[in-house]
Design a protein around this ligand. Structure first.
Ligand SMILES: Nc1nc2c(ncn2[C@@H]2O[C@H](COP(=O)(O)OP(=O)(O)OP(=O)(O)O)[C@@H](O)[C@H]2O)c(=O)[nH]1
Ligand SMILES: [Mg+2]
Length: 484
């Protein structure tokens, strides 16, 4: 056993005992909210909190439907070193007179909401257990994809990363990096300037994949595009290099290899040990509509990525991760977000497609003891439904305010005009969305981004609850049983 293993487990044992004792006195759920970039994490957490704080319409959240929620409030979050989820700013953006979507967030953050409720259970009433803290942790799903690096040497990772950059779909985004790479000999003397130049080129390539290319996931290291406080530190200033057989200690190769190891020690391990391992429940948000829109290859990539993410929740018995996991995640929800882009007749179909996307991975992973739920939701509903007559036929459509700059069939919008949109139909059989070649059915959905809805104000001037689709079912699954 290595010293580091020993320390990890010891800290873990103390941590668990303390958490267990505290949890008896103050029941707490740590709820992880994750998903790839732009999947809807910030909007989901903001709407969840706002709906709880303002007693929104939550008929499928049992404790609310049974009128057992006494009070919900925000409390200072208990982890001093973790940035607070900026609920106040996000809700101000969404409920402004000109409502707009919150800014993209690129780091982990946390917020605590407390629910005072009337317990149903006799014992809970006897012991005065009528309060639940929910610590919500927002973190990028890309960080979960870093885990395999722990088992890869710098040489193996370099090979994989360079092969990936040369793949047809990425070659254009990677050109500048690949050209630069060939100018350096890994046996050259180590140099900070070289490391910075290469790291910058590698980061720009990843950013181009994320922003422009038709790939869904830029690829590890996940923190390169979300550096947070570590921006500019050596642990984030490296890149893969062409193979070297005989590099000495003072070479560029050795310098990059050391930094790659530092990334594992200072970035990957602390995230899994200090944050991920403490989660009790998890929701993974998936922009399945975006992937459907982007075509079959994007769907394949999404399926493979979700499978990897799922493995993190049930790692094999021998991995480093299982040794630091403090608790078992006992409930995992997968949610297809932005369902308000579809007519309600397609919501079940979207759920079926997401079930098909994660289904194989769920059946492969060992999920004994964990409940898994798949659902389609819209944390904020931006549209309403209607019908439009066309050649004597009534067609279901959705109506919303396309955002400024969006276009449909040559018409461009200013964000002020409501417009009827035919989002297109999802296939009734989810397999058809995945089919190839003959028999394949092109899924023709067309999206425009809608602006958030303008909310009514209460007599006191605050905004009424944000409208949603099936958000209450997600809340019920994630925390409902702890309010019985
Ligand atoms: N119509 C609709 N659009 C949504 C909804 N949720 C998110 N969106 C859209 O998706 C975008 C991204 O949502 P965020 O909540 O910022 O996503 P995120 O996962 O936090 O993104 P990053 O912080 O960049 O990783 C928003 O700006 C909206 O355009 C929803 O419920 N309905
Ligand atoms: Mg965000």
């Amino acid at each position: 056993m290595k010293v580091s293993d020993f320390t990890d487990t010891t800290v873990d044992a103390f941590g668990s005992a303390k958490a267990f004792a505290t949890n008896l006195v103050q029941p707490t759920i740590r709820l992880g909210v994750t998903g790839l970039a732009r999947s809807g994490k910030t909007v989901f957490i903001t709407s969840l909190i706002h709906n709880l704080l303002t007693s929104g319409r939550l008929p499928f959240f049992d404790a609310a439907a049974e009128a057992r929620i006494r009070r919900v409030y925000l409390e200072p979050q208990p982890d001093d070193a973790v940035p607070r989820f900026d609920y106040e700013q996000h809700i101000a953006d969404l409920t402004a007179d000109e409502p707009h979507w919150p800014q993209s967030t690129r780091r982990l953050s946390q917020v605590r909401i407390t629910i005072d409720y009337q317990p149903q259970s006799f014992w809970k009433r006897q012991f005065g257990h009528d309060r639940l803290h929910v610590d919500i942790v927002d973190y990028p799903g890309e960080w979960l994809l870093d885990l395999p690096l722990l088992e890869q040497s710098f040489s193996d990772w370099s090979q994989t990363a360079i092969a990936r950059a040369r793949a047809p779909k990425r070659r254009a985004s990677a050109k500048a990096f690949l050209d630069l790479l060939n100018k350096f000999d890994p046996n050259d003397p180590q140099s900070e300037t070289a490391a910075q130049e290469l790291a910058q080129a590698y980061t720009s390539y990843l950013a181009r994949c994320r922003d422009e290319g038709d790939v869904l996931i830029a690829g590890p290291p996940g923190r390169f595009l979300m550096p947070g406080d570590m921006e500019g530190s050596p642990a984030l200033t490296f890149s893969p290099l062409n193979p070297s057989e005989s590099a000495d200690e003072a070479s560029l190769w050795s310098m990059m290899a050391r930094r790659y190891e530092a990334y594992k020690t200072h970035v990957i391990k602390p995230f899994f040990r200090d944050h991920f391992s403490r989660l009790d429940r998890q929701i993974v948000l998936v922009d399945a509509l975006g992937a459907l829109n982007a075509g079959n290859e994007a769907l394949d990539e999404l399926e493979a990525t979700l499978a990897q993410i799922l493995e993190r929740f049930r790692p094999g018995a021998n991995s480093w991760l299982s040794s630091v996991l403090r608790r078992r995640i006992d409930r995992i929800a997968f949610a297809a977000t932005k369902a308000d882009h579809l007519h309600h007749t397609s919501h079940d179909r979207l759920e079926a497609i997401l079930s098909r996307l994660v289904g194989r991975a769920i059946s492969r992973a060992e999920f004994a003891g964990a409940d898994v739920k798949v659902l389609a939701l819209a944390a904020i509903r931006t549209t309403r439904e209607g019908e439009v007559s066309q050649r004597g036929e009534k067609l279901p459509c959705i109506l919303g305010y396309p955002m400024r700059g969006e276009t449909i069939g040559g018409k461009s919008f200013d964000g002020k005009e409501e417009y009827a949109v035919f989002p297109g139909d999802l296939p009734d059989d989810p397999e058809k969305a995945f089919a190839r070649g003959k028999g394949a059915e092109a899924t023709s959905i067309h999206f425009v981004r809608f602006r958030p809805p303008r909310l009514e104000k209460t007599p006191l001037g605050s905004a009424t609850a944000l409208p949603h689709i099936r958000l209450d079912r997600a809340i019920n699954f994630l925390v409902g049983d702890r309010l019985s």
